[in-house]
Ligand binder design. Sequence first.
Ligand SMILES: Cc1ncc(COP(=O)(O)O)c(C=O)c1O
Length: 408
Amino acid sequence: MNSTPAVSLAALKTPYYLLDEAAIVANMQIIARLCELSGAKALLALKCFATWGVFDVMEPYLHGTTSSSLNEVRLGYETFGNNSADINNNVNNQDKKETHAYSVAYSADEIDEVLSYADKIIFNSISQLNAFKGQAAAKNIPVGLRLNPKTSNSSFIIADPARPFSRLGEHDKDKIAAVLGDITGVMIHNNCENDSFEAFSASLADIEDRFGDVLAQLEWVSLGGGIHFIAPDYPLEKLADRLKGFSEKYGVQVYLEPGEASIHGAGSLVTTVLDTMHNEKNLAVVDASIEAHMLDLLIYRESAPIASINGEFMAIAPVNKDQVDDAVDNTIIYGRSCLAGDIFGEYALPSNLQVGDKIAFGNAAGYTMVKKNWFNGVNMPAIVIRRLDGSIDIQREFDYQDYKASLS
Ligand SMILES: Cc1ncc(COP(=O)(O)O)c(C=O)c1O
């Protein structure tokens, strides 16, 4: 790592992702409080965020990581936790961190390696369970199964684990009951950015109604991620009570798998305006790409919020897509890839953008850094970290050799 305390953000070459450790810790404190009040354990979902350069500040608050592949479970094992210097008072962290393994489908040639990193392994289907439970038993690794309740709180069909014909988990209670002897727990992930406690609680009640007798025979239940309890007005205590009651009723250790909640609001993508044009509206092209560097927004047809312009903090939400047509003074900020729709968003800005202006797009940590790609060979943003003491570290820079090496 290139740790240069004297680095100033103003001098940094764009584009770069900027992670703010203080903002991460603020989220961590909410998670730790939820765990303390409820008895639940929280595992960072590496699929959402895996920038291990900031794991030191997350470890004290979380109980471990969960994963969706061999590479992720290995990363969690290698980089997250078991550092006694991190122990703090918020969470009883005397225990070793846990490394949960899950994958939609494991291949036979990777399962032994997965098991060498895992403290628990969760299979997505009964057929995968049957194929690999022997190997897990031989290594004394507790086994779980993903349960699909066929109901969810997700406003996006693409992210809905309970979508019709979903492959994500088993739903047939009789079949699940028949393999209870092989498992000690289940994982249920059926929320997506759900900021309603009532909706969460109702859907948990539905799961209890339908699977309660199964739950009562388990030792642990992971309720996955997707609960937006990080929102300032979320009733955290109610959620904690609900989780505690659930855990006591069935005699299970509850796990949560927060991804987005762990790093919400803690990252931005800092870019520079390379060109401005006019085509009925003001247009600006920045030195990054939504498709390459904030792909999730493109997938979900969303726009990026602006966090600052030229270093001045000004939270500017993108203009609501239904209201944009007549707004000729608006500025559309484009990425520099050739994709016609490489659009960060349309904004009503206080003044027109100029070449050289620096735009920081907000909320650029979750499902963003893990999905970055080399489309068009566009420069890969560096990874820059504002440490808790305010110093700036350039954690990683990328160059032509990285691009070339990714291709052949
Ligand atoms: C099984 C599982 N756990 C946890 C998560 C993390 O969800 P979020 O980032 O919304 O908290 C996901 C997200 O897709 C998931 O599929």
